[in-house]
Design a protein around this ligand. Sequence first.
Ligand code: DGJ
Length: 794
Amino acid sequence: MIESLKEQFYLTTEHTSYWFRVTEFGHLEHVYYGAKLQKQNMEALRYKHIAEFGSCISYGKTEKVSTRATKKIKNAEINSSEHYSLDTMCLEWSGIGRGDYRQSPLEIKMPDGSFVNDFVFKTSTIKSGSCDMHTLPTAYGTPEDCMYIDITMEDRSNQIELHLIYTVYEDTDVITRRAYIVNRNDEKLVIRRVLSMMVDIPNRDYRMTTFDGGWIKETHRHDRDITYGRIVNFSATGGSSNQHNPGFLLSEKTATESSGNVYGFNIIYSGNHYGAVELNHADIVRVSIGINDHCFEWELDKEELFEMPEAVMTFSNKGFNSMSHHFHDFINKHIVRGEWKDKERPIIINNWEAYFFDFNERKLLRLAEQGKKLGMELFVLDDGWFGARNSDSAGLGDYEVNRKKLPSGMKGFVQKIKALGLQCGLWFEPEMVNEDSDLYRAHPEYAINLPGKNPTYGRNQRVLDLCKPQVQDYIVENVSRILDDAGITYVKWDMNRHISEAYSDRLTNQGEFFHRYITGLYSIMKRIFGPRPHILLESCSSGGNRFDLGMLCYSHQIWASDDTDPIERLKIQKGLSYLYPLSTISAHVSASPHLQTLRETAFSTRFNVAAFGCLGYELDLRYLSKVEKQEVAEQIAFYKLHRRTFQFGEFSRVDYPKNNKMQWQVRKKDGNKVITGFFQTLTIAAEGYDYLRILGLNADKEYVIETKPQNVYVERFGGLIKHIMPVELNPDGLILRTANRIYSMQDGVETYQGDGALLASGVLLNNQFVGSGYNEKIRLLGDFGSNLYVVTER
Ligand code: DGJ
């Protein structure tokens, strides 16, 4: 809900309040963002500025009285006990050169030749529903579930209009903010920085959390204390990047997963982003987020407007999980759209890690057939199906099917996959070109090129110049043609390098390049997938190099990482889970030892981690033993049974006091089922006991908790096996290897009962294996072991 009362604004969601007001001089003063409050006088919450801070600039004493401002200035004189310095105020928006020395969201070369800007309140309008943008994707909602306020601000001496739009998504406790600027001056403006929002809050000894990494190590959580100065979370790669995800958090240092004040911020944008947390001398924290001003410059002629991406904010006083739940619900309800919104995702079998480029139709059909037998539902033909694409140095940009690999063409191949009872999906990397390709030979001008500089390469490829309409058309026509001709129902949209030599000969101002690339991409995706809503779109960028809310406005899920090692995935998926729901996180089971880390992990752990996301398999099924196949079939049956809970349930990270353990859970939305995963990284000898805490169940209802049965292969025990086998086996011998393929042991299974309160307090589990004997109750975890447990109402 949004209420406006004498130029005081009260924005309210189910559990939060956000208040601000217009000051005597027309600035927007931020008053409160936190747990929900009843609407009342704001005075007690305002940051006080009664005393004059030496060396600070006094705004009030210098302001000339304009006719429209007379009434306000009079009030200001009445309130003359207040010292009005912008540098010591909490603001919703701040300019440059009027006494506020923190970073302004806007840096413009003004028509008067200066960089000074000062926007003050003009009018406001409140409307129900959400407010679309012309150039960028936005969150969306109906008049029943959201409303927005459009506040018009103006810089009076330069006739520039600034609109601040706040949309309140009451049911998910999210408020979005964005801005656009309109040049009403006859002179052109040069915009050098435009952020989507800023807000100032009094410091409470906060900590900033970011999600950083790189290729195969995306979104690892990092915490740092806020101290004087500015901490910046940014990307300059041309995409939102695997280096720093655009989302970040601000929390009290004492906050845990289930307690304490936590703020979350993100942005609906896939290009270079910039998020900053700045603590100033007056102990005010400024949070801002928007487009990175790195190499940015935008010219705005008279009556032109520039739209800034939509920023997303949430708050919870119940810890990180609750903050994440807000984001998860918001993304599922107001970001992801089309036919796949809220629809269960199919289980994928992808050929990439099974064969890379070395495949033919026979191999693919055999993989698909085996996958189908085990319960998989959608076959994805990954890289290598077109042109001369037999390695990563040729073929990108070409769309002719390689008939040597697929003699019956794409249509024929898709029909064969469908005849097996599977849906068929296809990989594309439409934004790229290899120089060794027909496209490049015919149209070298389609690639980004800076005259006079040798191009630099990533994975042997160049980036297409999406600023050019003819390049956009080429991609739209070719991708659409294949999708329609062949009857494809899933697309994996890849993008495997960062941008370098940012330059387009179509632009007169190269400061527009990065933003125009991204708006070009959005336009392509809208043109291809808008008319084809039945297609499930998974975006990817060497894994999670573009995992952001902008992509999620088009793609329903995103490939989290090229790293499918489950132990690495614990860090990656955990990091993503702070900001994004499991329905958007694509996670596959792959081979062991792992192709990047050489780590050996049990099949059970690979599944137990991948199940917390949109499940797929990506390995050569030919080499699975009989027992492994049985295990995969059981895993898939289990996942199907609980798929809705895994993909759309309420996901929580359970605080665990030991560094070598992690516990996650998904709770069915109606609350009568939880599946929890207990993961151990490195084992510690005779560690004592482990426990599970189950969150969010009804304290008065009775539940049963049971271990999901899983296999432990006999080879895990090496020479120890002689102690439990009826016959003595040579641990290196053929008999043990054969036994391993046909026989497996059961990991310990436990069952307990109790009410929701008991389960929340912690269920003590059976001991882990310590080498002093084996029985069917002992938990066989070792290094990288894990278990799933199902909690159901009795
Ligand atoms: C990078 C992706 O992340 C992989 O899954 C795979 O699709 C390769 N590209 C194919 O080149």
